[in-house]
Write a protein that binds this ligand. Structure first.
Ligand SMILES: [Zn+2]
Ligand SMILES: [Zn+2]
Length: 479
């Protein structure tokens, strides 16, 4: 259409330009939802990736890691969309685009189609976004409704064909996703609240070297697409030099005031996008992007169509990790933490790109620093009552085994000896407890018995008056 010879000059509405990321809603998200390749919670691994020779990169080289499709649109991550197109297949994108009046040879365009490498007109973009706003129905654009003669006879009437491209539910979900860019974290943060409480959805677009800047979007009333750039942006000086427009999106800086002006002049009542009653809301596990189960700790709510709900979360291992070695903790590690690890996310299984998300990201080795228990002091319980001794030892993490013996110089129930004074934490300590219950020998009063953990053996019968029975230790395991 670009032709300086025609009488009315250049028609920018019908000039083709590269739409950049503003193409994603039509080339990847729309067909992805409609073909059930994704839902709003589908996770992607957004990281520098090679698709054969094609190596798309994100703006500012900022990558999202494991990210939902909704979050990927907020930040306009590119790798996520290329992966989506790769999984879905170029043909599905081409078919969807054809339904909104954009003819592309997807095979010729290749995976860069996801990022708007194919040139389109602002009118095509406005009509495509209007389809989403019209609850999934595409209406062929016209520039008049009808022409009548002086007698009121219709001379020509615009033929507007309507085609359903998306289900009402999917159009609503895509609308909801497209509200993300106009948020504090989004790519058009400047315009949050610009239209008051009127709902607004849209997507920014920037072609290579910021030659073309776009904002395409809609409110519950109107859809519009705005392109900003130079007519000869790719060769402004005739030497092939490009003219770049960096900074705050200049197309959005036009789009929002125009929309606000329409809103004010027509006195439009504030409206929200209408949610179809058939939309379901589910609790989603952030680790897998699937329906949360009782095992999922980190969850959020997301909207779905009934026929495209995610499966139940198929689990993510929760492992105890040693903070020192960052490996799986042994029973001997001192400082540990509970960590959740996803299994490889669904979209990375059978990946035909590299690198794919690896299972190695989940630790499989056990801590090699803390392989055995550290020896600690065992409380001295000799002379203490059995119950007190057992409690003291257990408090330090030991298990206790009790043997019985007879020592007529000690009171019944007193610990006569213990097996060690230093032992690995958690190990078993044997204590020998006096079971003698007769009169206590006078020797007891002559001293040196209080700490005697060596006087345990068959206390020599110094007192013939007592019926000293040779001790026969019996194993009485307490715990
Ligand atoms: Zn989960
Ligand atoms: Zn450790």
């Amino acid at each position: 259409m670009k032709n300086h010879q025609i009488h009315f000059g250049l028609n920018r509405g019908l000039s083709t330009r590269q739409p950049g990321s503003s193409f994603k809603p039509l080339a990847t998200i729309g067909p992805g939802l409609e073909n059930k390749v994704i839902n709003a919670s589908t996770l992607f691994y957004d990281t520098p990736t090679s698709f054969g020779n094609y190596k798309p990169h994100n703006d500012n080289n900022s990558y999202g890691g494991i990210t939902s499709i909704r979050n990927a649109i907020v930040h306009s991550y590119n790798v996520t969309e290329v992966k989506l197109l790769s999984i879905m297949g170029l043909q599905k994108s081409q078919e969807f685009l054809a339904k909104v009046g954009i003819d592309v040879d997807a095979n010729e365009a290749g995976l860069s189609l996801a990022l708007g490498s194919k040139s389109v007109t602002p009118v095509q973009m406005a009509a495509g976004f209007a389809m989403i706003a019209n609850k999934g129905v595409y209406i062929t654009p016209t520039f008049y409704t009808k022409v009548e003669d002086q007698d009121g006879n219709t001379v020509i009437e615009a033929k507007q064909e309507k085609t359903r491209v998306m289900s009402e539910e999917n159009a609503y979900i895509e609308t909801s996703i497209l509200q993300g860019p106009i948020s504090a974290q989004g790519t058009a943060p400047t315009f949050v609240g610009y239209l008051g409480n009127m709902d607004v959805a849209g997507k920014t677009g920037t072609s290579d070297a910021a030659v073309d800047r776009w904002f395409c979007g809609f409110t519950p009333y109107y859809a519009a697409a705005c392109w900003y750039g130079a007519d000869d942006g790719y060769n402004y000086d005739g030497n092939g030099d490009r003219m770049s427009f960096w900074g705050t999106n200049p197309a959005a800086s036009i789009w929002f005031p125009v929309m606000k002006s329409i809103q004010t002049r027509l006195n439009l009542e504030t409206k929200k996008f209408e949610k179809p009653s058939s939309i379901v809301i589910l609790k989603i596990c952030r680790v897998t992007g699937k329906k949360a189960t009782d095992n999922c700790k980190d969850t959020y709510s997301e909207i779905f169509t009934k026929d495209n709900e995610p499966a139940n979360c198929d689990g993510h291992q929760t492992l105890t990790i040693c903070k020192e070695s960052n490996k799986i903790a042994t029973e001997f590690c001192k400082e540990t933490e509970e960590k959740s690890f996803g299994t490889v996310i669904d979209t990375e299984k059978n990946a035909n790109w590299s690198p794919a998300q690896k299972i190695e990201d989940i630790p499989i080795e056990t801590c090699d620093i803390h392989t055995q228990a550290e020896e600690i002091d065992v409380p001295n319980v000799v002379g203490k009552d059995e119950a007190i001794a057992t409690t003291l030892l257990k408090n330090e993490g030991f298990t206790v085994k009790v043997l019985k013996d007879n020592d007529k110089t000690k009171a019944k129930g007193v610990v006569l000896k213990q097996s060690s004074t230093k032992a690995p934490k958690g190990s078993e300590i044997t204590i020998t407890v006096n079971q003698y219950s007769g009169p206590i020998s006078s020797e007891n009063t002559t001293g040196e018995t209080t700490t005697s953990n060596t006087t345990n053996t068959n206390s020599t019968t110094t007192n013939p008056t007592t019926n000293s029975t040779p001790s026969t230790p019996e194993n009485t395991v307490v715990s």
